[in-house]
Design a protein around this ligand. Structure first.
Ligand SMILES: NC(=O)C1=CN([C@@H]2O[C@H](COP(=O)(O)OP(=O)(O)OC[C@H]3O[C@@H](n4cnc5c(N)ncnc54)[C@H](OP(=O)(O)O)[C@@H]3O)[C@@H](O)[C@H]2O)C=CC1
Ligand SMILES: O=C(O)C1=N[C@H](C(=O)O)C[C@H](O)C1
Length: 271
C-alpha cells in the first residue's frame, strides 16, 4: 500500500486527488498540506474534497507529517514545488509533480534533483495525452518536412495562471525534436500587428482562457488542400488525478532519478 500525501490539497487538483486516492485500492491517503497559516488547517481532507469524512486532517507543513507518507503528490506552483523537492530529498521521500509554468532556470533547478530522489515530472498525467504525444511524434516525422505548417492551440479555464500550458509546450517540443528543430529557435508565441507571413519552419502557439474548460489541446498540420488536427479534450480533472496516483504507486518502487509519464505508462521512446 503506497502512503500518499497531497500538497495544495485545497486546490482544484488537490481536491480531485483526494478522491482519486480514496478510490485506489493500492494507495492510502496519508496527509494533506495547505498553505502556511491557512484557515483550513485541521479540516478533514475528505470533507474538503466533498468525499465524506476520511479522518485525516489538513496540516500546513510537510514536517508535521514527515513519518506518515512515502510519496508526495504536488500540483501547486513552481517555487512551492522546488522547496518541496528539497524537503523530500532530505527526508528520503518520493514525488509526483504536475506543476507547470516553470521558467528555464526553475526547470534546471528541478532537474538537479534527479540524483537526490526518485520523482515523476509531467505537464499532463492523463493516459490520453501521453498517447497523443506518441501520435504527434509519428505525424511530425511523416508530415513536418513535407510543407505542412504546424500550430499548437490550447484552451483552459479562466483561473489558469501560466501560458502556454505545460502540455502545449510539451507537444511543441515533441514535434520540434522529431524534426530536428527547437522551440527556442522556431517557437512563435505571439502574433500581433504587422507581423508578416509565417515562416516555413515556425511552430506557432495560440492560447484560449475561458470559463470552466478543463483542458483542450490541438496540434494542426496544415498545407495547401488539407489539414490534419490531432486533438485531446479533458472533460474531468479525474483523468489527471488517476494518472498521478498511478505514477505515485509506480515511483514508490524506483531508484533515484527523474521520470516522465512515458516511463510510468511504459510508452518507450524520446518523449
Ligand atoms: N500535470 C497535470 O496533469 C496537471 C497539471 N496541472 C497544474 O497543477 C498546478 C495547480 O493547478 P490547480 O489545481 O488548477 O491550481 P489551484 O490554484 O487550484 O491549486 C493550487 C493549490 O496550491 C496551494 N498552495 C500554494 N502554495 C502552497 C504552499 N506553500 N503549501 C501548500 N499549498 C500551497 C494553493 O493554495 P491557495 O489557494 O491558498 O493559494 C492552491 O490550493 C498548475 O501548475 C497546473 O497547470 C493541473 C492539472 C493537470
Ligand atoms: O492548469 C490546468 O488546469 C492544467 N494544466 C496542465 C498544463 O498546463 O498543461 C494540464 C492540463 O491541461 C490542465
Amino acid at each position: 500500500m503506497t502512503r500518499i500525501a497531497i500538497v495544495g490539497v485545497a486546490g482544484r487538483m488537490g481536491r480531485t486527488l483526494v478522491n482519486a486516492v480514496q478510490q485506489d485500492d493500492g494507495a492510502t491517503l496519508a496527509g494533506g498540506i495547505v498553505e502556511p497559516g491557512s484557515s483550513l488547517v485541521g479540516a478533514d481532507l475528505g470533507e474538503l474534497a466533498g468525499a465524506g469524512r476520511v479522518g485525516v486532517a489538513a496540516v500546513d507543513s510537510l514536517a508535521a507529517i514527515v513519518d506518515d507518507f512515502d510519496v508526495l503528490i504536488d500540483f501547486t506552483a513552481p517555487r512551492v514545488t522546488l522547496s518541496n523537492l528539497a524537503f523530500c530529498a532530505a527526508h528520503g521521500k518520493r514525488m509526483v509533480i504536475g506543476t507547470t509554468g516553470l521558467s528555464d532556470d526553475e526547470l534546471a533547478e528541478l532537474d538537479g534533483f534527479r540524483e537526490r530522489l526518485p520523482f515523476v515530472f509531467a505537464p499532463n498525467m492523463s493516459v490520453g495525452v501521453n498517447l497523443t504525444l506518441k501520435l504527434l511524434e509519428t505525424a511530425a516525422r511523416a508530415l513536418g518536412d513535407e510543407g505542412y505548417d504546424i500550430e499548437v492551440i490550447e484552451a483552459h479555464h479562466r483561473h489558469k495562471v501560466d501560458a502556454p500550458s505545460g502540455t502545449a509546450l510539451k507537444m511543441g517540443e515533441v514535434v520540434a525534436e522529431s524534426l530536428g528543430r527547437t522551440l527556442k529557435e522556431h517557437g512563435v508565441f505571439e502574433r500581433v500587428g504587422q507581423c508578416g507571413p509565417r515562416t516555413d519552419k515556425e511552430i506557432g502557439f495560440a492560447t484560449v482562457r475561458a470559463g470552466d474548460i478543463v483542458g483542450e489541446h490541438t496540434v494542426m498540420f496544415a498545407t495547401e488542400g488539407e489539414r490534419i488536427e490531432i486533438t485531446h479534450k479533458a472533460s474531468s480533472r479525474m483523468t489527471f488525478a488517476k494518472g498521478a496516483v498511478r505514477a505515485a504507486r509506480w515511483v514508490a518502487d524506483q531508484d533515484k532519478g527523474r521520470y516522465s509519464m512515458q516511463d510510468v505508462l511504459g510508452l518507450t521512446g524520446s518523449v
